[in-house]
Design a protein around this ligand. Structure first.
Ligand code: SAH
Ligand code: SF4
Length: 369
């Protein structure tokens, strides 16, 4: 008799060596185990019937004990002018998460969620606005990746993975590492980037791994005071301690740390802020990714995207201060790039009160522009 889905182990939740040990309970010749593992880790199949070189009877036996289930896609946006497509998927327990397909000239990036919500609560982020959610399992992270790869026919060797969707990946460390270990079967660690709000113990744990993904850090403000205003987590993991942890992070050739910096008009986008940011990250092997703020009705109304001129001035100032910088100008912007916004359109409101204009943090009137 077939077990209930909930009782069956999802093979995508098992680290590679665990998968082989688990399969050995039901499958005897070692070459069969290898074949099945290849269907899972290399081909990313979501049904046992797809395992065409496995005897039917064995496939049926596997299906009785295990599943290969992925999050179920419930909505795809129309492709944005840059080709990006955002996916909204529902999990077994009804939670909803987002992933994004981002085609580029010679490669494709897939942006994955690591949690169904986020407890960090950054004030500029829709995911943070809706509050904490549970950790995603390895199968739920891998399922997002394989779904996008299959739908867009993206070969693994052309795929970059970025954990920049919903959630804080380093607060889901163990499941993240299992998912990474499975991804490494087809995607090199240097093609995978984990973005964090600055969870120092998680960064230290990552530093100890033999195979490390690239690290992206959401700095978002050039000083401790402003960072604490918009990113509450920084009270627990202060900016100076974060920078010290990053300085200790093992530098690998050609693999700089990415410093993400959400540009908020009139708040952190002045040339003086660029100079302060350059000073802050001096000595780190880092490049800056400036991300113009994505507006959303759920976010404080004072938060605005800077003008293109202000963005250019900020970027030029960084460059003059010898900082390598890229700007995420339009990748998926038309489909509400920052994750959580698609889910946020339909989710019921409200955990947190939106600060009124008079509560606006920061430096009103101190801008030179
Ligand atoms: N929790 C991790 C990864 C997910 S957020 C982190 O914070 O790094 C991924 C990126 O989206 C972060 O750099 C974050 O600063 C940025 N982001 C969040 N909300 C945004 C918004 N409304 N506009 C632009 N970028 C945003
Ligand atoms: Fe969480 Fe990242 Fe959003 Fe902050 S920016 S609330 S850490 S998902």
């Amino acid at each position: 008799m077939t077990n209930d889905v909930a009782d069956r182990t999802n093979l995508y939740d098992l680290a590679p060596q665990e998968l082989r040990a688990t399969l050995a309970e039901v499958v005897s010749p070692p070459f069969r185990i290898k074949q099945i593992a290849e269907w899972v880790h290399v081909h990313g199949v979501d049904s046992f019937d797809a395992m065409s070189n496995i005897p039917k009877e064995l496939r049926a036996r596997l299906a009785e004990r295990y599943t290969l289930e992925f999050p179920h896609v419930v909505e795809r946006t129309e492709p944005a002018p840059d080709g990006s497509v955002k996916y909204l998927s529902v999990l077994g327990d009804g939670n909803r998460i987002e992933s994004v397909y981002m085609p580029m000239r010679d490669r494709t990036s897939v942006c994955l969620s690591s949690q169904a919500g986020c407890a960090v609560g950054c004030t500029f982020c829709v995911t943070g606005f809706f509050g904490a959610g549970r950790n995603l399992t390895p199968s739920e992270m891998l399922g997002q990746l394989f779904t996008v790869q299959h739908e867009h026919h993206v070969p693994a060797e052309m795929t970059n993975v970025v954990f920049m969707g919903m959630g804080e990946p380093l607060l889901n460390f163990d499941f993240l590492v299992t998912a990474l270990d499975i991804m490494y079967a087809t995607i090199a660690p240097k093609r995978i980037t984990v973005s964090t709000s600055g969870i120092i113990p998680g960064i230290e744990d990552l530093a100890r791994l033999d195979r490390r993904p690239n690290l992206a850090i959401s700095i978002n403000a050039p000083d401790r005071k402003r960072r604490e205003e918009i990113m509450p987590i920084t009270k627990k993991y202060p900016l100076d301690e974060l920078i010290a942890a990053l300085k200790k992070y093992p530098a690998e050739k050609g693999r700089d740390i990415t410093v993400e910096y959400v540009l908020l008009a009139g708040y952190n986008d002045a040339p003086a802020d660029a100079v302060a940011l350059a000073r802050l990250i001096r000595g780190l092997h880092a490049k800056v990714n400036a991300i113009p703020f994505n507006t959303d009705p759920n976010l404080p109304p004072w938060m605005k995207r800077p003008t293109d001129e202000a963005i250019d001035l900020f970027v030029d100032t960084l460059v003059r201060n010898e900082v390598a910088v890229t700007v995420r100008r339009s990748k998926g912007r038309e489909i509400a790039a920052a994750c959580g916004q698609l889910r946020g359109r339909t989710e019921r409101k409200r955990r947190r009160v939106i600060p009124s204009v008079s509560e606006e943090p920061g430096r009103a009137g101190t801008r030179s522009r």
